[in-house]
Design a protein around this ligand. Structure first.
Ligand SMILES: *Cc1c(COP(=O)(O)O)cnc(C)c1O
Length: 645
């Protein structure tokens, strides 16, 4: 046990009982919180949107306040000031690096809208980025429509990715006519012909970028986005071919950007360095051959340290934003000096790093399904099955010296019990007794193992086996889809009672009827935790927060079981440190999610009414009762898809 936190404050002699002070450590807040999160003396999770210790928002107070106004959990609490802080951090890091390495060029960030297309998010990022000349990246027609409608600073660029049809290209050209720097990034050479054709037809000079397929790859889950077999990008031969085509048409000056993107959440800085080096060379060689490329766009990939371990683990990263900026600036400068070419304007399309921290999903625990067997005592009477007797003896003979042996015995007896049951030799009563004894053995072993310095590997699953299941009012598929789809880890913790030592461990389950709707992997400094320390339920609601869910989760979510978008609230902290709640946005109603599936509200009510009519005629249902039922259907259609109190 570390007493680091305690020793920070002078120990005052008071009569109040010493509060538990290990929450920051247990839940890793001090590692992944990045000064955005802390715990109050009352044990509530605090959010510091400006990263200043004296300005904070009490998350539990926010949830309580909106509940009074009739907006319940699950709810996404957004902190627009965190978006501002993140945009500032990224731009200031590049500014600092550019100054430090005396780089004769500038940095222009671009926000890839696909990471979070919510209007509040896009608007906030645009506002925060305006003074840095930040732009947007669009990967589809709707994203491009949103991007083109925004007022950006004159230096800002809009980049486009993904496959493009004629309408897409036309929109980009309209943007140029509107005075914007809209760059069409080639994913394939064949796209060039189409772009040139449309541009000629409309009499607008296009701005073109090329996405290069690098040999370098990322690391972590998106490693396959880079390298030769990547889905997107031009090979060297194709790149030269595109240059040749433009040369023949005397349009070489249309080629303004070189782009690459080797994947998201790159965990290892060495992979990033390798990619920058390669891209820097491609840029320089093109420049030397007379292609004056202005922008070098390094794509996304800047990571987020979700578990706070500062390692190359999938949910972590072994570098900081400043190191990233330093490496980009220094490497490109060095290569350009060697090759004697002018340095490019540096562009990154950092989405995850800018948005991840800005929102927290909060929801309430509905139920804890602990094992009924827990803590029960079994009396061994005369004619009990011999395996049950053996289990009972195993239980009473466990000591810290024979843990392993006892555990193996118990596992074997349990198996034997079930085999004998299937053959008809064991009664239901004996099977129940055997199961109770087995779980008692596991509980006892778990307590003993906790006291050991090193936990032997075979006991690591034990936590998971004895963990309670906390059922939460949300859908994994709607609210944290990456947890299900790619096993991504997020920091998860109670948002209150954090000065009270949690006595239980639990895994989480959602309210979909899908057996995949659960979370059984949690962040840990060294490994992955199989269960989460949690409190016992009392008569008050118990709220769990899912942190760092601002990137991708808002928009990748789906309507599995027709659980819709959740309620939202924006929270800001003003100069004097007071919390202000802006826009409470209601989540989707039952009628709304049914509409997506073409179930019309009136049609549903009509169908219900027809059946009620028949019931009044044939089954003697009272007219007044039928009316009341119809009204209840009407109300239910307007309500939240999640469970309400
Ligand atoms: C998804 C994507 C990004 C964003 O990547 P992050 O790792 O979230 O920063 C940037 N550029 C392109 C082309 C993308 O497809």
């Amino acid at each position: 046990m570390s007493h680091a936190e305690k020793s920070k404050k002078p120990q005052k002699k008071t009569r109040a009982p010493e509060k538990w002070s290990e929450a920051e450590k247990l839940y890793g807040i001090e590692n992944w919180g990045k000064d955005y999160f802390s715990v109050s003396d009352e044990g509530n999770l605090l959010v510091h949107p400006t990263r200043e210790a004296h300005r904070s928002i009490d998350l539990k107070a926010v949830v309580d306040e909106v509940a009074l106004r009739g907006t319940a959990t699950p709810i996404v609490v957004r902190f627009p000031q965190i978006l501002e802080s993140a945009v500032r951090e990224l731009n200031e890091a590049f500014k600092k690096a550019i100054k430090e390495f005396d780089y004769d060029g500038v940095y222009r960030g671009v926000f890839p809208i696909k990471v979070n297309q919510k209007k509040v998010v896009v608007k906030e990022i645009i506002d925060a980025g305006r003074r840095y000349g930040s732009g947007l990246e669009a990967g589809s027609k709707p994203e491009l429509l949103a991007a083109l409608s925004q007022e950006l600073s004159p230096e800002a660029i809009i980049t486009t990715n993904g496959y493009k049809d004629e309408a897409f290209i036309r929109l980009a050209l309209h943007g140029i006519q509107m005075g914007k720097t809209v760059i069409l990034t080639l994913e394939k050479v064949s796209e060039l012909h189409r772009i040139l054709e449309v541009a000629k037809k409309r009499g607008v000079a296009p701005l073109i970028g090329v996405r290069a397929k690098l040999d370098a790859r990322g690391s972590g889950k998106w490693a396959k986005s880079g390298g030769e077999s990547a889905k997107f990008g031009l090979t060297t031969t194709e790149l030269l071919e595109a240059v040749e085509i433009l040369k023949q048409r005397k349009m070489l000056d249309s080629l303004v950007m070189l782009h690459f993107h080797i994947g998201s959440q790159i965990t290892d800085i060495r992979k990033i360095k390798a990619a920058i080096k390669e891209a820097g060379r491609v840029y320089s060689k093109l420049n030397r051959s007379g292609v004056e490329i202005k922008y070098l766009n390094l794509g996304g990939g800047l990571g987020v340290d979700y578990d706070g371990s500062k390692t190359v683990f999938d949910s972590s990263m072994n570098y900081t934003v400043q190191e990233y900026a330093n490496d980009v600036v220094y490497t490109i400068k060095t290569i350009c000096e060697e090759e004697e070419v002018p340095v490019p304007t540096l562009v990154t399309e950092s989405g995850r790093a800018v948005t991840a921290y800005h929102s927290v999903l909060v929801t309430n625990v509905l139920d804890v399904s602990d094992r009924i067997e827990q803590g029960r005592v079994v009396k061994i009477t005369g004619d009990v099955n011999h395996v049950v007797r053996e289990l009972s003896e195993t239980l009473s003979s466990i000591t810290s010296k024979n843990i392993r042996e006892s555990y193996h015995d118990a596992l074997q007896y349990k198996e034997e019990l079930f085999t004998l049951f299937n053959l008809g030799y064991v009664s239901l009563e004996d099977r129940s007794k055997g199961e109770i004894l087995f779980w008692n053995v596991c509980d006892k072993i778990r307590r003993l193992v906790k006291g050991l310095k090193e936990v032997p590997e075979e006991f690591e699953d034990l936590d998971m086996m004895v963990a309670d299941k906390y059922v939460l009012n949300f859908s994994v598929f709607q609210s944290i889809p990456d947890s299900w789809a790619i096993d991504q880890l997020f920091p998860i913790l109670p948002i209150h009672r954090l000065r009270e030592k949690p006595s239980e461990i639990g895994t989480l389950a959602d309210i979909t009827c899908d057996s995949d709707g659960k979370i059984e992997k949690f962040i840990d400094l060294r490994d992955i935790r199989e269960a989460l320390p949690l409190h016992t339920m009392n008569k008050d609601p118990y709220f769990i927060g899912f942190c760092l869910v601002g990137a991708y989760q808002d928009v990748l979510g789906d309507l599995h079981n027709l659980f819709g978008e959740v309620n939202e609230v924006l929270a800001v902290v003003d100069e004097s440190g007071r919390t202000r709640l802006q826009d409470v946005l209601p989540g989707e109603s039952c009628a709304r999610v049914l509409e997506y599936m073409n179930f019309d509200r009136q049609e549903i009510l009509g169908g219900v009414w027809n059946q009620l009519r028949k019931a009044t005629e044939k089954r003697g249902l009272k007219e007044s009762e039928a009316k009341a039922i119809a009204k209840d259907f009407d109300t239910a259609l307007s309500r939240y898809t999640y469970l309400e109190e």
